[in-house]
Ligand binder design. Structure first.
Ligand SMILES: Nc1ncnc2c1ncn2[C@@H]1O[C@H](COP(=O)(O)OP(=O)(O)OP(=O)(O)O)[C@@H](O)[C@H]1O
Ligand SMILES: [Mg+2]
Length: 327
């Protein structure tokens, strides 16, 4: 049994995986009524809830700490103060239970857990808060074929929601609002090869909100239609370029039903398979860390409790820096 600990941003999550099956998955997420994430406050949140989430989690899963074989934790990328709380918690637990630690790259965990859906060798559209990348496996690494040139899609949507006076996370609220409109307002469309750019569209949306001339639901609808079309376009280009016949959606924005629909239509049109995991595995969670951690552990990656000083956080680690020795 592998325990996974997630703490890169807004969510403190714990999960247990055994032989590729999720046994338990629980989390406590920092949210706001208005304004975005303040890293120090998110970190304080993790520190305050960790012990309680842990004991409640084991109780509900009917698992004793001693049954855990190893502990996987999110090493990066993420907000440094949040990562520090995660690694501290992981190291304390490792010493207490006398079990090894497995350092997991958060983005690769979003990707690996997609295998639960049956995807074998997909192109992955990783659309989360801080990251927006089109990734596929090629010669020992998860390589990035396209990405945002400025901000992540989730942060983009959350900032737009903030202009409309909504708190964090804005994605689900915007999705609901968008359902109330079918009136498309033209917005800039920014695809550059396999990459996309979002900050200009955000400025344009801000001006439109401030002008007071547009209905909120029309802006929400038009924003989704525009940026999701951009995401699906670059995903399709990557699939054509690398010759892969599967698309896997990952990351919190992947919960969006309209994005799922557009991706599904694109795949049907080019005879490819479309996969999307359950919402509980799309947004940040501990089970995906445990899932990736188990695969790494089985390939021999682990740090025993007397080697913990070799482990530190990696706030800026990129997906294509990680040597994928376990595949
Ligand atoms: N239904 C939805 N529609 C659009 N966006 C959504 C929806 N549900 C959640 N989101 C967005 O998903 C994001 C959170 O996703 P996730 O937890 O994967 O990201 P993260 O951990 O912040 O980023 P990263 O994985 O890049 O570090 C938020 O920006 C949130 O608004
Ligand atoms: Mg994430």
């Amino acid at each position: 049994m592998i325990l996974g600990i997630e703490s890169t941003a807004h969510t403190f999550g714990l999960g247990i995986v055994e032989n590729g099956k999720v046994i338990a998955n629980a989390k406590d997420t920092y949210t706001t009524n208005s304004g975005g994430i303040i890293p120090i406050e998110a970190a304080r949140h993790h520190k305050n809830v960790s012990e309680e989430v842990y004991s409640k989690f084991l109780q509900e899963a009917k698992i004793k700490g001693s049954e855990i074989d190893a502990i996987a934790f999110s090493q990066g990328p993420g907000l440094a103060p949040c990562l520090i709380e995660g690694i501290k918690f992981a190291k304390e637990l490792s010493r207490k239970l006398n079990k090894p630690l497995i350092p997991v790259n958060h983005c690769i965990a979003h990707l690996e857990v997609g295998k639960i859906t049956g995807a074998k060798d997909p192109v992955m559209l990783y659309a989360s808060g801080a990251n927006t990348q089109v990734i596929a496996y090629a010669s020992e690494k998860y390589r990035i074929f396209g990405e945002t040139l400025d901000i992540g899609i989730g942060n983009f949507i959350d900032t737009f929601a903030r202009y409309l006076g909504m708190g964090f996370p804005g994605g689900p609220k915007i999705e609901k609002l968008a359902l109330e409109s079918k009136n498309y307002i033209e917005l800039p469309y920014k695809v550059k090869g396999m990459d996309i750019a979002l900050s200009g569209i955000l400025t344009n949306l801000k001006q439109k909100v401030e002008s007071g001339k547009f209905r909120r639901e029309d802006l929400a609808y038009s924003m989704q239609e525009t940026v999701f079309a951009m995401l699906v376009e670059v995903s399709e280009r990557a699939m054509a370029h690398i010759g892969k016949k599967e698309l896997l959606l990952g990351g919190g924005v992947g919960c969006n039903k309209r994005l799922q629909e557009m991706a599904r239509i694109m795949c049907e049109e080019r005879d490819a398979k479309f996969f999307v995991p359950d919402n509980s595995l799309l947004t940040d969670n501990g089970a995906m860390i445990a899932f990736a951690g188990e695969i790494m552990f089985k390939s021999g990656i682990k740090f025993s409790p007397n080697k913990l000083n070799k482990l530190d956080i990696k706030p800026r680690q990129r997906t294509d820096e990680v040597e994928v020795t376990w595949r």
